[in-house]
Design a protein around this ligand. Structure first.
Ligand SMILES: NC(=O)C1=CN([C@@H]2O[C@H](COP(=O)(O)OP(=O)(O)OC[C@H]3O[C@@H](n4cnc5c(N)ncnc54)[C@H](OP(=O)(O)O)[C@@H]3O)[C@@H](O)[C@H]2O)[C@@H](O)CC1
Ligand SMILES: [K+]
Length: 525
């Protein structure tokens, strides 16, 4: 359901405890790592004998992984050349051990700085073992040059990165300033946080996670802060009983819509219905409700007051009805004028405990900290801003939010302690459980007006179906992402409508629920 995403520091701590507490030798972990990478290469090349491989071995243990892998390739009849970044006598520890075995086998090697890439004709396999989780800061110039050489040769050759493409920051996922573009990345034990950031996406290729023998108890005792959502989160949705009645599907109330933006509220209702809510009611100004009722018979309405505009006094009409709903989504297309704000403030005085705040509700909340104080520290509410909406809370630009998504999400969570979904490529969720959950999906098919409204409806629907708010957010984000990913097949150049995201929800659930994907991170290819 959630795969751990350790930072390089968290990974190093696990590594150290494996040695200190369990006497697991680093040579052994390195051997396991290299065997996993080797089996990935065998998976790609049916017949390895006679192939050629160029292995780049950096100064640390990532380089040691490459030395051990060179041995497996050599024994399988591959023509191997191992290129090392520092002088042979400087390698010690586990890397030194695997290098010494390699030398006894008389596997060819050369110092990277003395090697002339112009002599390379065709090479089948390039192994990137330059830098792993010990990489920090900006690449030194010699590494920039080596990485560029790998990428140039990689236009024709197969490139496999060990643990993480060299040059990718293990936390932010950014190339610093360049990085290896891999066909495959084999992450050892767990995927590192940086691998799941959108910035790393075009470098990682197909990502697989291979266990190398770190004891479970270590990971259990020191869990990481970040996780990536996995396909089996769909198992949270059970096959409905044949005899169920619509009341058991949950009843969602949507508060939204205005004359200019009635579509947003409709899309939220549609998202909720397609995500299985038994009943969906839209409460909005009376004339708007009448219009919407004509085109959407599945959506029930509560016409408030009269006309098309929100008014404070409309809330008194709604107040006593609130308890009959299982969840409330407030904000889509609601508008931002003072009367709407007054209505919203009255709603906050009587807030339904399971409320999702989106769109214009976030605008009001971001503009007045006293409003945020009314909902802070509630585990049942959730906010679903896009970067622009998040930016208002911090008085920064959307671009600044995108540059440091994790930091802003962390600050927000620490200040208000509510569940938060920061939308965008690789949507980030922070829960009141103090963990962070990342969506594996980054697809342009979700970058369309109304997509966020649909997501609000999906999460609202799941909240009404008795999932915890955090589970509803995680499952909703995954399901929405899956639908977007699926739309790539039909609309590789985009052009899908937001309503189509909603419409295919039941179908993608039926197709992907229960799907086994082995060690591979689903769709991360
Ligand atoms: N976790 C585990 O259980 C297991 C982990 N394993 C493997 O170990 C890897 C982590 O190994 P690690 O810690 O030795 O780090 P790693 O990235 O190889 O090298 C760090 C060196 O890089 C250099 N360097 C740093 N920044 C730089 C820069 N900006 N520009 C240029 N150079 C820079 C710097 O060296 P310097 O040249 O400065 O002395 C630094 O010392 C991990 O990813 C996995 O593959 C497996 O063996 C199985 C068990
Ligand atoms: K690497």
């Amino acid at each position: 359901m959630y795969l751990p995403l350790p930072t390089p520091q968290e990974m190093a701590a696990w590594d150290k405890r494996s040695m200190d507490d369990f006497d697991l030798r680093p040579e052994l972990l390195m051997e396991n790592a290299s065997r996993e990478a080797f089996s990935q290469i065998k998976h790609r090349f049916a017949d390895l004998a006679g192939r050629s491989a160029l292995l780049f071995a950096g100064p640390g243990n990532n380089g040691g992984d490459a030395f051990a892998l060179a041995r497996h390739l050599w024994i399988s009849g591959v023509k191997v050349m191992t290129l090392h970044s520092k002088r042979l006598k400087e390698y010690d520890g586990a890397s030194g051990y695997h290098l010494s075995v390699l030398r006894k086998l008389e596997v060819p090697y050369a110092h990277l700085s003395e090697y002339n890439f112009d002599f390379i004709r065709d090479v089948d396999i390039i192994v990137d073992g330059l830098l792993g989780t010990g990489f920090t800061g900006e690449l030194r110039q010699d590494y920039v040059d080596w990485i560029k050489s790998i990428n140039k040769m990689g236009e024709k050759a197969y490139v496999i990165s060990l643990d993480i493409p060299s040059g990718i920051d293990g936390i932010t996922g950014e190339p610093s300033p360049v990085a290896v573009r891999a066909d495959d990345t084999v992450a050892f034990e767990e995927a590192k946080l940086g691998l799941m950031q959108p910035e790393a996406r075009e470098y990682v290729g197909c990502l697989s996670i291979k266990k190398i023998g770190i004891p479970q108890s270590i990971k259990h005792d020191s869990p990481p802060e970040h996780y990536v959502l996995d396909v089996d989160i769909l198992d949270r949705l059970v096959i409905p009983r044949r005899t169920m009645h619509k009341g058991e599907g949950g009843h969602v109330l949507v508060l939204g819509g205005s004359q200019a933006l009635s579509g947003a509220a409709v899309l939220t209702c549609l998202g909720a219905l397609r995500a299985g809510a038994g009943l969906v009611t839209l409460a909005c100004p009376a004339d708007l409700a009448r219009q919407i009722r004509c085109g959407w018979p599945e959506i029930m309405t509560i016409p408030l007051g009269e006309g098309f505009d929100w008014r404070r006094e409309m809330f008194s009409q709604l107040k006593d009805e609130l308890p009959r709903f299982d969840s409330v989504v407030v904000g889509p297309g609601m508008g931002r004028d003072d009367d709407t704000r007054a209505f919203f403030c009255d709603y906050l005085e009587n807030v339904h405990q399971r409320t999702l705040f989106d769109a214009d509700a976030l605008y009001f909340l971001a503009g007045d900290d006293s409003l945020m104080q009314r909902i802070s520290r509630s585990s049942e509410v959730i906010l679903t801003p896009h970067p622009g909406e998040m930016a208002r809370f911090f008085h920064v630009s959307a671009a600044q939010i995108n540059q440091e998504r994790s930091r802003f999400v962390r600050e927000f969570s620490e200040k208000y302690n509510v569940n938060l979904v920061l939308k965008g490529a690789s949507t980030l969720i922070s829960g009141v459980d103090r963990h962070f959950y990342i969506s594996p999906f980054a697809t342009s098919n979700l970058a369309v007006g109304g997509s966020g409204d649909v997501l609000a409806g999906i999460i609202g629907s799941l909240m009404a179906q008795s999932l915890s708010t955090l589970d509803a957010a995680s499952l909703g984000v995954y399901w929405h992402g899956l639908a977007g990913k699926d739309l790539e097949n039909t609309y590789p150049f985009r052009g899908n409508l937001a309503r189509e995201i909603a419409d295919i929800l039941p179908g993608v659930l039926a197709r992907y629920k229960g799907k086994k994907v082995g060690d591979r991170v689903f769709f991360f290819c």
